[in-house]
Each structure stands twice: as structure tokens, then as C-alpha cells.
Design a protein around this ligand. Structure first.
Ligand SMILES: [Fe+2]
Ligand SMILES: [Fe+2]
Length: 134
């Protein structure tokens, strides 16, 4: 059972970024399903690393997009990405140190930041993109 499903409240109106957000959600659900199915160790560590890589790539794409559309909130948004990646890295290290055991706290963090960042932060550059060249 997925920890979180896609719904229209996550649609920011920029297809390329929606697609990437979908991808992040998929990997997050893969980690959750593996964990709930009793997986530990290398399987979990590999999925956690995969999500970290996907987030890093997504944030870089998003930052390039924001620059392309001349989004004035670029610096703040980039700083939020940097801090998310640091927190993610700390969770990933903790999971590795615990033998690939993902914690409830990790899933709460993922669920909260994925939805709140997309709905509260990503929507702002998307609103700016309306009227700007996509
Ligand atoms: Fe995003
Ligand atoms: Fe973002």
C-alpha cells in the first residue's frame, strides 16, 4: 500500500516538473512498500540512495527552469532545496548505520516535505511561469 498517492492538489501546471514529482513519489512508495514488506539492509539502502539521487537531479532541473523563466524567488527556493538535501542525507546516513532500517520519522519527513514543498513552494515558480516562456 503506498504511503502517498498522487492527486490533483500536487499538479503545479508544469508538465516536466509534474512528471518528475510523480517519479519522486513512486520511489518514495517503493521504499515504503519494501519497508512494510519487511525489507531491510541493502535493498532499503539502495532505494534510499535512488531517491536521494532523483531529488538531487530534480532540484537541479527545477533550478535551471526557474532561472530560465527569470523567477525572482530563485535564491530562497534553491536554499530550501539545499537544506532538504542535507536533511535527507542525514536520514540516509542514519538508515545505513541502522542496517537499512527506515524509521517512521523518515517516512513522516518524506511525506510532509514532498507535499508541502510541491504545494507551498513549487507552485510559486509555476505561477510565475504563467505568462513567461516555458
Ligand atoms: Fe519540485
Ligand atoms: Fe522545489
Amino acid at each position: 500500500m503506498p504511503i502517498m498517492n498522487w492527486d490533483n492538489s500536487l499538479d503545479i501546471g508544469v508538465k516536466a516538473m509534474n512528471d518528475e514529482h510523480h517519479g519522486l513519489l513512486d520511489i518514495m512508495n517503493q521504499i515504503y512498500d519494501a519497508h512494510a514488506g519487511g525489507k531491510r539492509g541493502a535493498t532499503i539502502n539502495a532505494l534510499v540512495a535512488k531517491l536521494g539521487d532523483a531529488c538531487t537531479a530534480h532540484f537541479a532541473h527545477e533550478e535551471a527552469y526557474m532561472q530560465r523563466i527569470g523567477y525572482p524567488g530563485f535564491n530562497n527556493h534553491k536554499a530550501l532545496h539545499t537544506s532538504l538535501l542535507m536533511r535527507y542525507g542525514a536520514f540516509a546516513a542514519q538508515i545505513r548505520a541502522g542496517g537499512g532500517l527506515a524509521s517512521d520519522e523518515f517516512f513522516q519527513f518524506l511525506k510532509f516535505w514532498l507535499s508541502s514543498h510541491i504545494k507551498g513552494i513549487d507552485t510559486k515558480y509555476a505561477a510565475h511561469a504563467v505568462g513567461a516562456a516555458r
